[in-house]
Structure formats: C-alpha cells, structure tokens
Design a binder for this molecule. Structure first.
Ligand SMILES: C[S@@+](CC[C@H](N)C(=O)[O-])C[C@H]1O[C@@H](n2cnc3c(N)ncnc32)[C@H](O)[C@@H]1O
Length: 249
C-alpha cells in the first residue's frame, strides 16, 4: 500500500499505462465497465443536460464509462498527471478527491467515482459526502461504484455500499439506493489481475451506491452518525443481489 499521498501519486503515475485499457481489471474488464456504464446511464437520464459532471479519481479512460454525447460536460479529477495525460476527455483537473473539491457551491449536476473509493479512508468518505452536498445542486446526484471484496489489491479501507447508503440517507440525501453484483470469470491462460476478488473461485463483486441531494441540501453528519458509519463499514460486505453472465471472451 502506498504510504503517503506523494507515494500514492507516483504509484498511480506508474499504473497509468495499464488503466487506458483497464488491464488491471483482467478478464473482468468488460463486465465491470458494462455494470458501471449501465448505472451511470440510468442516473444521467435524470440530470439536467446543461450541468457539468465531475468524475472523481477519473483515471485514464473516462470516456469508456460514458456515451460520447456526454463527454463535453465531463470534468475528470485525479491525483495523477500521467493518468490525465493519457485520458482522451477534454476537461481535466489535478486534485485530491479526499480534500475539499475545487468547484463552486451548487455548480455540479453529477459526481461519479469509479473504483477509487477504496483508496480513501472512511473519514475521507465522510468529507466527500460533505463536499458533495456543497458542490452539487439540489437534485444533483452522487454515484459511487467500487469493489467491496478487494483482498488482493492496494487499499486504505473497504467499500461498504450499504453503510455508505445509510449514512447518505441520514445526511439528507434522498432516494438513496445501493446494489451489488457478482461477476464470474472463466479463466483461460494465466490469472493476472490487480482487481479485487476471490481467485480461488474466480468470483468478485462490485457495488454501487447512488443518492440525490435534497432541496434542503446536505446537513453535517453528526458524531453519532459518523461513529455508526465507521463501525458499520468495517466488514466491507454487501448483500449480493444479482449475478451477471460471464463476459464474452
Ligand atoms: C483503480 S483507478 C480507477 C480509475 C478510473 N476511475 C477507472 O475506473 O478506470 C483509481 C484512480 O483513483 C485515483 N486516485 C487515487 N487516490 C486519489 C486521491 N486521493 N485523489 C485523487 N485521485 C486519486 C488514481 O490516480 C487512479 O486514477
């Protein structure tokens, strides 16, 4: 695990060539991308077409998750200049997603984050919720997708979609939902992937949580809510609701 943010930046710079093609996802890349894209499209249909979208921890291939017509309004934010250099989207910001976001209050329609939350601590997840409440317009959405079972990969904390969804609800996000899916792979050739999962049974799971900012805005999480979240999020597990077919390769 990278020990400091600087090492983390260097780590991600070095990783960047692989993330253009998403090779660290190994044979799961197709299914993971499809899961993320499907959920993003569902959320996007409810967001005003004029508002910017910010993708947090955007990596090197943001366009793979969105339809081409959405690309002009997407701003990719990442710690790694090398990731952003390789990324074909037009608007890029070098910044830390665990610090206050470099956007004006109530200026963004949708915040997304794909496969980046597990690199932040749970305290940083909380800061992100507050920042989401500040930069999103009322009615805007926060969509997070990540891997709860990530035992072979670098990570600061587990991603527990259910616990995060509960916290979002308590902070006045509306219509909060979460979902998990099991992705199964059939191995042909060497099993390399930096992606989280259980390689003995060749299964991994991916989870999403989405919430909408209420008209009242987002209130500050109380000490009690934070304590509950920190405890609840420890097991890192979610209920697996659906199973998808293996990817066509
Ligand atoms: C596993 S990659 C996923 C990239 C992209 N979202 C995707 O799905 O292809 C994680 C990304 O998060 C970025 N990242 C990690 N920690 C970050 C931080 N604290 N602030 C900003 N970006 C960060 C990395 O540079 C990297 O691009």
């Amino acid at each position: 695990m990278p020990k400091s943010r600087l090492e983390s930046e260097k780590f991600w710079d070095r990783e960047s060539p692989k993330w253009v093609e998403q090779t660290p996802l190994g044979p799961l890349a197709h299914s993971v991308r499809r899961f993320i894209k499907d959920h993003t499209q569902t959320v996007l249909r409810k967001i005003s077409k004029n508002l910017p979208i910010v993708d947090l921890g955007t990596g090197a291939n943001t366009q793979g998750y969105f339809d081409d017509k959405e690309l002009p309004r997407i701003i990719g934010l990442d710690i790694s200049r090398e990731m952003l250099k390789r990324n074909a989207i037009g608007k890029k910001v070098v910044a830390l997603l665990n610090k206050d976001l470099p956007f004006k209050a109530h200026s963004i329609g949708l915040l997304t984050s794909f496969l980046a939350m597990r690199y932040q601590t749970r305290e940083e997840h909380l800061n992100l919720l507050q920042e989401a409440g500040r930069v999103l317009i009322p009615g805007g959405a926060l969509l997070i997708v990540d891997v709860p079972l990530n035992k072979y990969d670098y990570q600061y904390s587990s991603f527990n979609a259910k616990a995060l969804a509960q916290l979002m609800e308590s902070c006045d996000f509306e219509n909060v939902s979460y979902e998990g899916t099991t992705l199964e792979i059939t191995l042909r050739g060497p099993n390399y992937s930096g992606f989280g999962g259980d390689y003995e049974t060749f299964r991994t799971s991916i989870a999403m949580v989405v919430g909408w900012v209420s008209q009242k805005g987002i209130r500050q999480a109380s000490e009690e809510l934070i304590a509950e979240y920190l405890i609840a999020s420890e097991d890192g597990q979610i209920t697996i609701k659906t199973a998808t077919a293996p990817p066509p390769f």
